[in-house]
Write a protein that binds this ligand. Structure first.
Ligand code: GLC
Length: 775
């Protein structure tokens, strides 16, 4: 084809894209409102079809009610039901517990947002137009500037820039984490469009299937296709800077409360440590080898026949004692809980749930049965408030045993025989009663596909609320695989069943960056890789990056070789140990970053563009990232490599030990040997560093070193009790520390926490000197 023909062909193609807009059949109700959130202009468009009585309610929002103006979950909605859940005394006792919603961290979201009606002619950002093209299909067309970049959308198997691909949001358990995988476990329909440092963003709040075509045909057009018979709300944010988008979005969907301190430490997991002796052996290896670790995670084999809310009396005969012994050695225990409840009439959880109609149903009202770990199983209907309350109460089983946190898994929900219940090319939804199963949303019965993407969110919410009700004075720790917008209010996430491949080590960076931009700060991937056999070198390199994952867990499958830090050679073990020790040294900095997230929505792992929006080169980089503002992480992600190029943005940068410094604004060839932390520190930063410790419990008393990088510097130091919600009442300490002309100052910003005795020192120009933090 000659150039002219080629040009013609392209023209025909883009005309085709234009024409392929179908007729608009919409004749329902709409509402357009506007507000400003954190200074960002926000438009909200609600639309509902003629046969739907009311405007849609929000599925995601922290501050959710139908108008979006509430400021905390409605306690009435979370009231424990009056029905009898069986005569089991324990059940009775549990259902009398009440969650204490006063402690809702929504406090940080600072109250309500006033929405004003906006004129129907208000221009929409990105020249957005929408239409209903079939009873259950909607299209949203928008324009993308040729050099615009696309970020966020939750969990995507992609580089940082999501452009020129189609992204399907329909939660799916697909363990083939290869380039062409589309739907994953998590869907967050929030897209940030970056254009020369200015951003706008779209958030389509609907838990039904969405396909986001981000200019896959290279015509400059974007299109969302939503399959739903119900209404939706579309938020349009901007213009603003990248941090503004995330701040406003997390103001709407909520921010993560501070995690319990122990959950920020090193977690060791395996599918599965099969019996209590193995667990004891693993735990004592950590202590005898002095490799820091806070948590042992128990996967599905701790249960009796994979029945949730049980443990195997045969393999874990002294379960409670085990947890208490581990506790005496400063280990917390996290257990997995799947949604699939074994269909067994002799099993209390099944009996109770069935009696009270708490499971998803077939169209004739019988519990829907699918195949998961326990065999034939039923699924709790988590969009139903009563189910959440009941599920929450079940967790008394674990808290009574001393279990510290809950890992909710398989909650897409995953069903062995039916991982893809909706054809990927489906252009319409089947009728409600043919959507795998039915659920009971507060507004009435609904087909599962309409709400599939909130199954994991609502399960996590129930779990979080349960832990909070059962231990009101402690911050719950919940980990989830499946999620939707707003998950950060309830759970940390990990990105599912990755592989022990170097490519997946590298890919974890942009994937986690997009999670952070989607409002989820507390995230990570399985360190060492889940499937396949890890190698010594890969494990060491994975730890070198993993110490910067906000969620820091080594986990692998039963089919893989062991990959605890000592599983390979003593040399590899030494490297892993040294790296994990750095994680613990960085804890004061990490705590400050979580605190910052709670106030501003900022993720911990940030793309370079977050702090260097005018640096065109930095914007494209997704094989290195910023951990907070001060640390630049540039890991080695290829086998056999010890050097890589690192792009340093403007200013000077220092090696972590402060001994070398580098000029910014250009690429450097750098060497990171095995076991070395692949990070640089911004000139002018002060990092608060703890001493090496074995668990986070030692942090309270650890001496703190303020390491000043450069001639002068600034930083923060945050501390609280690490476990309660008292920080919401101001019971925390925070200092702004600085060094000017060689003089150290610590300016208190909050002094609400009675602090333990500890020593402080300043490390400045290679010399240490004691300093005081004056109250
Ligand atoms: C799922 C989880 C994995 C877990 C396994 C067994 O595949 O993603 O982490 O180990 O189930 O529970």
């Amino acid at each position: 084809m000659g150039t002219a023909e080629w040009r013609d062909a392209r023209r025909v193609r883009s005309r085709r894209a234009e024409n392929d807009r179908e007729d608009n059949i919409f004749n329902g109700g709409t509402r357009l409102e506007s507000t400003r959130i954190d200074g960002v202009p926000v438009l909200r468009l609600s639309a509902w079809p003629a046969n739907v009585a009311n405007p849609p309610h929000s599925f995601a929002l922290a501050l959710a009610d139908s108008t979006g103006s509430g400021s905390a979950p409605d306690p009435a909605e979370n009231d424990w039901p009056d029905e009898d859940f069986g005569d089991d005394d324990e059940q009775e006792e549990r259902r009398n517990l009440r969650p204490d919603f006063k402690r809702d961290f929504a406090e940080y979201s600072e109250g309500s947002t006033d929405w004003e009606p906006a004129g129907a002619t208000t221009p929409l950002p990105l020249k957005l137009e929408w239409r209903q093209t079939a009873e259950s299909r909607w299209q949203f067309d928008f324009q993308l500037e040729p050099d615009a970049r696309c970020f966020a959308l939750g969990e995507r198997q992609s580089g940082l820039n999501l452009r020129s691909a189609v992204h399907t949001l329909f939660n799916t358990d697909d363990d083939k984490h290869i380039e062409s995988i589309d739907s994953m476990y998590i869907s967050i329909p929030f897209l940030i469009v970056w254009h020369r440092g200015q951003c706008s963003a779209l958030f389509l709040d609907s838990p039904a299937r969405q396909k986001w075509d981000l200019d896959a045909e290279l015509t400059g057009n974007g299109r969302i296709e939503l399959l739903s018979r119900r209404g939706w709300q579309l938020y349009m944010l901007g213009p603003g800077r990248l941090p503004d988008m995330v701040s406003a979005f997390t103001k709407v969907t909520g921010r993560s409360p501070l995690p319990p301190l122990w959950a920020l430490g090193h977690q060791q997991s395996r599918w599965s440590y099969p019996d209590q002796d193995t667990v004891i052996r693993i735990a004592s290896e950590f202590r005898s080898r002095q490799i820091p670790c806070d948590t042992i995670v128990l996967d599905i084999d701790y249960m009796e026949d994979y029945r949730v809310f049980t443990y195997s009396k045969e393999r874990f005969p002294e379960f409670k004692q085990l947890i208490s012994d581990l506790g005496n050695n400063d280990f917390k225990v996290v257990v997995i809980v799947d949604p699939g409840v074994k269909k067994d009439v002799k099993y209390q959880v099944f009996k109770d749930g069935k009696k009270h109609g708490l499971f998803c149903t077939t169209s004739d009202g019988k519990p829907f049965v699918g195949e998961v770990w326990p065999g034939a199983s039923v699924l709790p209907d988590f969009v139903k408030p009563e189910t959440r309350t009941w599920w929450a109460a079940q967790h008394g089983f674990y808290t009574d045993l001393g279990v510290a946190g809950i890992w909710t898994d398989m909650n897409e929900p995953s069903l062995f025989q039916n991982q893809r219940p909706l054809d990927k090319d489906a252009k319409e939804l089947p009728p409600d009663n043919r959507q795998l199963f039915m659920q009971q949303a507060p507004e009435g019965p609904v087909g599962h596909f309409e709400v599939r993407n909130v199954y994991g969110l609502q399960m996590s919410r129930a779990t979080y609320d349960g832990l909070l009700a059962l231990r009101p004075r402690e911050r719950p720790f919940v980990l989830t695989r499946s999620a939707y917008a707003g998950i950060q209010r309830y759970a940390a996430v990990w990105l599912g069943d990755n592989r022990s491949w170097w490519e997946q080590l590298a890919r974890s960076i942009p994937m986690l960056l997009n999670m952070g931009l989607s409002g989820v700060p507390f995230c990570g991937v399985d360190i060492g890789g889940f499937y396949e056999d890890c190698s010594a070198e890969l494990l060491v390199r994975w730890y070198a990056l993993g110490i910067f994952y906000p969620f820091f867990r080594n986990h692998c499958s039963r089919l893989s070789c062991s990959q605890e830090p000592w599983a390979f050679s003593p040399v590899a073990e030494g490297h892993c140990k040294a790296l994990i020790e750095w994680r613990y040294r960085l804890l004061p900095y990490i705590q400050q970053l979580f605190f910052e997230h709670a106030r501003t929505g900022a993720p911990l792992m940030r793309p370079m563009a977050w702090h260097y929006p005018d640096d065109e080169f930095a914007v494209e980089i997704d094989d290195q990232f910023l951990f907070g503002e001060d640390i630049l992480v540039a890991p080695i992600v290829q086998r056999g490599r010890t050097t890589r190029s690192v792009y340093l943005p403007e200013g000077r940068w220092h090696s972590l030990d402060g001994k070398q410094s580098f000029e910014g604004g250009r690429l450097h060839k750098m060497r990171f040997g095995l076991g070395q932390v692949p990070a640089l520190v911004r000139d002018g930063a002060i990092l608060p560093l703890a001493d090496v410790m074995q668990t986070t419990r030692e942090l309270a008393k650890s001496p703190i070193t303020f390491h000043c990088y450069g001639d002068s510097g600034r930083g923060y130091f945050y501390e609280d009790d690490g476990i309660s919600f008292e920080y919401l009442d101001g019971d925390f300490n925070q200092w702004r520390v600085s060094v000017e002309n060689g003089t150290f100052r610590a300016q208190p910003m909050s002094l609400g926490f009675e602090r333990p005795e500890r020593k402080y020192q300043l490390l400045y120009k290679g010399k240490s000197q004691p300093v005081q933090l004056i109250i």
